[in-house]
Design a binder for this molecule. Sequence first.
Ligand SMILES: Cc1cc2nc3c(=O)[nH]c(=O)nc-3n(C[C@H](O)[C@H](O)[C@H](O)COP(=O)(O)O)c2cc1C
Length: 545
Amino acid sequence: MNILVINGSPKGTRSNTWKLTTAFLEGLKQSLSETGTEAQVEELQVNRLDISPCLGCFSCWNKTPGQCCIQDDMQQVISKLLWADLTIWSFPLYYYTVPGGLKTLIDRQLPMVLPFMVENESGTGNGSHPSRYDMSGKKTVIISTCGFYTAEGNYDGIYSLFDHECGRNQYTAIFCGQGELFRVPEVSGRTNEYLSYVKQAGQEYAQGGISPQTWEKLNQLLFPKETFEAWADASWGIDPNTSSKESDTLIFTRQMAALYQKDSYPGKDLVLEMYYTDVDECYQILLGKDGSKVYTDHSLTATTRIETPVTLWRSIAAGEIRGDEAMMQQLYKVKGDFSFMLNWDTYFGSGTPKADSPASTAASPQKETNMNILLIPWIVLWIAAAIDRHWGCLATIGVCTLVPLFFYRNRKTIYDILTGALVTGISIAILSGAPTGLMVPLSYLAFGVMWLSSCFGKIPLTAHYSKNGYGGEDALQNPLFMKTNRILTMLWGILYLFTTVFTWFLMRTSFSSYTGLINSVLPIFMGIFTAWFQKWYPAKVARGK
Ligand SMILES: Cc1cc2nc3c(=O)[nH]c(=O)nc-3n(C[C@H](O)[C@H](O)[C@H](O)COP(=O)(O)O)c2cc1C
């Protein structure tokens, strides 16, 4: 398949739109090569071509039919247009139509048509010119970005032009608003997500057509209108009251504030104070129920203060450095309420529009792990088997057989499976006559060893479960989260080794049937400690102490 790509952006390959076009092309080529179709691609960068405006002399119709009187790069363009099976037009929207250079190229296609007036077969307008060449079977894709928040309603001129040129519904058009965001590293999470849909579109196009699901993704806004417009206004760096130029650091802070998701409002106003240590500038962002506002006079009381070089924070915002890793290395400090940091993604969003925005789709719910699935079989064993070895163990086995039912709603972990096997095994052993005085302490030992040994693996046991409250799988990349969980898992493991010894002696007293109940007291305190430690330890690291 011969593919011609025409980039009409005056910015050439630095164009926003070009990013979409290369993504589409990548998907297209990938899919074609999978089906064994050879793809030859030619690129034309209009900004590098020498194409003069049409003189309107019609000599290409009368004096030298099919040949323009101007000798420039247009002859090469026409031969490529005739060579191509598929032409991809890539351009930004300029004044609701194509940029001037591309319009000149389009005008200069006149030698490709015959002068005669014929009925318009495509049903657009009144009259057209027949093609001088056999263009049947050739395909057209148009890819464009524009500056407003949406492409909707802005592309009438383009539709009109290509409806006449190719025929209505005879081409595929991908139009995307908020185009300038494709050059902003701070929002690359969202723009890369969008580019992945464009690539997907390219793959599907090669297989016969873009699916409705992919169209739905392509038609989503990058950001909600309000967020984008606040961000775009801030990017000019002009003080709306004085019209004076603002510092780059203030512009950056305003753009950060613009990304605030007001539907994450926690019920009280929050003030994030950013102190940029390298430039000695300090700004406060008020996060309220109606949106965010940047204060330059430090008149507010900060909820949370971040002390960071602006260069570092920019790199974090651009995704070049992980914020949690930088915190772990104490490259910046956080003072005041640390919980703000834990909810950062909720307040400032990952870039994916929220459910109430016009661009939203229903997110597919991710199954979560559940620590109760791990704990309940052990607790039943410890309480029930100690009270009545026969019925207690039968009840425990019953609970273990019910556990798989939870996996319809919850994600299972290796420790859930291990628990099922260990608890069932211990129960069967007791039912078969093994002494409870031995088996119950052994069960505590098994439980403790399970926790302790996980500390030496990649993911400590508690992390499998507590990640649910800290951004899911992403939390496992967070070194501070992992270290906190490693410490906690170790402490729980040690507690249960201690419990093993304690139980061994307890089982030999008249309180043996209360073992399970007595042994529940310490974990309650340990649970309270865990809840406190999970917040205290990361905050301590963040304070830089
Ligand atoms: C001269 C000029 C005219 C523009 N006209 C429009 C317009 O009519 N509608 C719009 O939404 N954006 C308009 N824009 C914004 C561009 O379409 C937008 O920045 C686009 O993403 C640039 O893409 P590019 O980097 O591929 O050239 C205009 C930009 C310029 C420089």
